[in-house]
Design a protein around this ligand. Structure first.
Ligand SMILES: O=P(O)(O)OC[C@H]1O[C@@H](O)[C@H](O)[C@@H](O)[C@@H]1O
Length: 316
């Protein structure tokens, strides 16, 4: 049993004004952090708008982050929640994205911090905070722009409440030609022991097995991980039906999607972890599972002036 933090739940008060929710917040040139009066916290790098930490009220980290992850903008972050956009993997046959690097440019771009908003309904025990980040064709670096010359803007919002973490993306086509894209919230969940994990909520769902010649299969029963796993599920049940990660029979995470039709389940296992220079410790694959909500089978078409919104909410 972990002790609750011994933090006083102090409220900022100004005579005549109702108490304000107290969110601790920092913002510098490279990252934004926020913590709630109840103790939960998040940390987001401007590089990739990558959420690199989500701690619960006991200070326990919920996301897996490699010890060798580059946090200096030299490489996409190995861990946390990298954002995959506008292509999942590589797409040599899709003219519009064929020149882009694996998983697109969003995770390798520097995002702007647009601001924070906090709210509470009944008191400090339900204070939440939302951090907004922006990337657009106006702020994208020249190299990415030359590979993907569309006019677009994205707002990515990271919302922390005492109960959960939500990340949502709104992509707007500001140009005059349709945009085709894929998007994925590549969440690395921290677990204790991969051999005790079961993933439910994807029963009877069709999936593409990327480690078996991209063959199409149907999931029977709960998913267990016993080797390299790289699957793109199209869940048989709707997005609000949670995908649940249980450890030793106890539910540890529940992921609910909004307008994101696919779920990737990924664990590199031993050999692939060995081959990744930024994956440390090498047996770290036992401590993580990626449950990635997205829209990656086929392409989402966005007509001029249209916007696409997709989100996930992870409860622990
Ligand atoms: O090494 P990267 O580019 O971060 O990708 C990690 C993994 O990301 C997953 O989403 C893909 O399904 C895998 O095929 C891929 O290996």
């Amino acid at each position: 049993m972990v002790d609750r933090p011994k933090k006083p739940l102090a409220l900022a008060t100004t005579p005549g004004l109702p108490p304000q929710p107290q969110v601790n917040f920092t913002h510098d040139n490279s990252r934004v952090t926020a913590s709630l009066p109840t103790g939960e916290s998040i940390e987001v790098l401007l590089y990739g708008a990558t959420v690199i930490s989500w701690k619960n009220r006991f200070g326990i980290e919920r996301l897996w982050l490699s010890d060798a992850a580059k946090l200096d903008g030299s490489k996409a972050v190995r861990g946390g929640i990298p954002l995959v956009f506008p292509v999942f993997g590589t797409a040599p046959d899709h003219a519009a994205t064929s020149k882009l690097p694996q998983h697109g440019f969003a995770r390798n771009s520097r995002w702007e911090f647009l601001g924070k908003s906090s709210s509470e309904s009944t008191g400090p025990s339900d204070t939440s905070v939302k951090l907004d980040f922006g990337l657009s064709s106006a702020t994208l670096d020249e190299q990415a722009k030359s590979l993907w010359p569309y006019t677009f803007s994205i707002i990515y919002s990271v919302t922390l409440t005492p109960e959960n973490l939500s990340t949502s993306i709104v992509v707007t086509n500001d140009g005059e030609q349709p945009i085709e894209f894929q998007v994925l919230l590549h969440t690395y969940l921290r677990i204790d022991d991969i051999s005790k994990i079961q993933v439910t909520g994807l029963e009877e769902s069709e999936y593409i097995d990327k480690v078996d010649a991209a063959s199409t299969k149907t999931q029977s029963g709960a998913i267990t991980i016993t080797g390299e796993t790289d699957r793109v599920y199209t869940p048989a049940k709707g997005p609000s039906h949670p995908v649940v990660v249980s450890e030793d029979g106890e539910a540890v995470y529940s992921v609910v999607r909004d307008n994101l039709k696919d779920v990737v389940v990924w664990n590199p296992w031993q050999q692939k972890a060995e081959s990744m220079g930024d994956f440390e410790p090498k047996d770290g694959y036992k401590k993580m599972i990626c449950i990635e909500a997205g829209s990656v089978r086929g392409w989402t078409t966005l007509d001029p002036s249209d916007a696409f919104e997709g989100a996930q909410t992870i409860s622990d």
